[in-house]
Design a protein around this ligand. Structure first.
Ligand code: NAP
Length: 297
């Protein structure tokens, strides 16, 4: 592997090893192990494969994971009722609803139904508000994974210039909050670009770190990147590839093959941010276990 690659698989494997040790201790001292419920609606192939990866990772570290598979035709009121039941269930520590949901369902309403103490994806308004006010509880897993990766590098965020392309509630906004927070792992000067930004290259060309999360291949081109900067590519795009057994391959949002010669470090897709997201979800579930069982421990 090129020394320029930030190996998300390796970093996440270390995190999972440490988590396994913590969860083994829980098992020795508590009648049950941390428990995650994943709500999966419909048959979106990408969602199915993400959920499988989450299930497998839970199994590896010793977290109990139940996947509630619901049909595409499920009623919104039924999902809400199910989430409300889980909110009351003291055997469940965390829950996530795999996104995106089918168009007929109100994603925001469903996410906001999850108890903020079990919202291990960190997407409900209370958790985002806590992050914005500098008192994070559950931080969305992908931004947390990106911040952890940056911390693993020999790089000081304080005073650095970071440009994030993308302003979603899932990635760009919480990441900007984390990296600009008044903390040793933050204190960066963060610029957010989005689809209405003009001349994004004029921002990225002076950035020490560029994080791209748009969901569109070729968003970050080589003429937008400063020599020796760091690129974190969050994007996951399925591109048809007849040479592959499954008929597709995954690429990110940056022109990886051209950019790697310019940068000091870059994340591959796959094998970069993706595995970190899963590791951080497991950390959030373990944190939820401690929060929700504090009185019993
Ligand atoms: P999203 O909700 O669709 O948000 C995309 C953001 O990118 C929006 O803010 C949009 O701007 C902006 N954007 C779109 N085209 C742009 C362009 N040409 N130039 C500048 N900005 C542009 O997507 P998301 O949920 O944040 O996900 C982004 C990507 O990350 C996707 O490929 C997704 O699959 C991937 N992802 C990966 C992981 C992982 O674990 N690896 C986790 C989450 C997401 P507007 O706000 O103006 O529309």
């Amino acid at each position: 592997m090129s020394s320029k690659l930030i190996d998300g698989k390796k970093i996440s494997a270390e995190i999972k090893n440490n988590l396994k040790i913590s969860i083994d201790k829980i098992k020795n001292n508590f009648p049950r192990t941390p428990h995650l419920v994943v709500v999966l609606v419909g048959n979106n192939p990408a969602s199915i494969s993400y959920v499988k990866a989450k299930e497998k990772a839970c199994q590896l570290v010793g977290i109990k994971c139940h996947v509630e598979r619901l049909s595409e035709e499920v009623l919104e009121s039924d999902i809400i009722r199910y989430i409300e039941k889980l909110n009351q269930d003291d055997q469940v520590d965390g829950m996530i609803v795999q996104l995106p949901l089918p168009q007929n369902l109100d994603e925001e309403k469903i996410i906001q139904t999850i108890s903020s103490l079990k919202d291990v994806d960190g997407l409900n308004n209370e958790n985002l508000g806590l992050l914005a006010s500098g008192q994070p509880r559950f931080v969305p897993a992908t931004p947390l994974g990106v911040q952890t990766m940056i911390n693993q590098l020999d790089f000081v965020t304080e005073g650095s210039k970071i440009v994030i392309i993308g302003r979603s509630k899932l990635v760009g906004i919480p990441l900007a909050l984390l990296l600009s927070s008044k903390t040793p792992k933050g204190n960066a000067t963060v610029t957010i670009c989005h689809s209405k930004s003009k001349d994004i290259g004029s921002h990225t060309l002076s950035a020490d770190i560029i994080i791209v999360a748009t969901g569109f291949p070729h968003t970050l081109k080589k003429d937008m990147v400063k020599k020796n900067s760091i690129v974190i590519d969050v994007g996951v795009n399925r591109i048809e590839d007849k040479s592959k057994k499954n008929g597709f391959r995954l690429i990110g949002d940056s022109d990886f093959d051209e950019i790697i010669d310019i940068v000091s470090k870059i994340t591959p897709v796959p094998g970069g941010v993706g595995p970190m997201t899963i590791a951080m979800l497991l950390e959030n579930v373990t944190k939820a276990f401690y929060i929700n069982n504090a009185k019993k421990l």
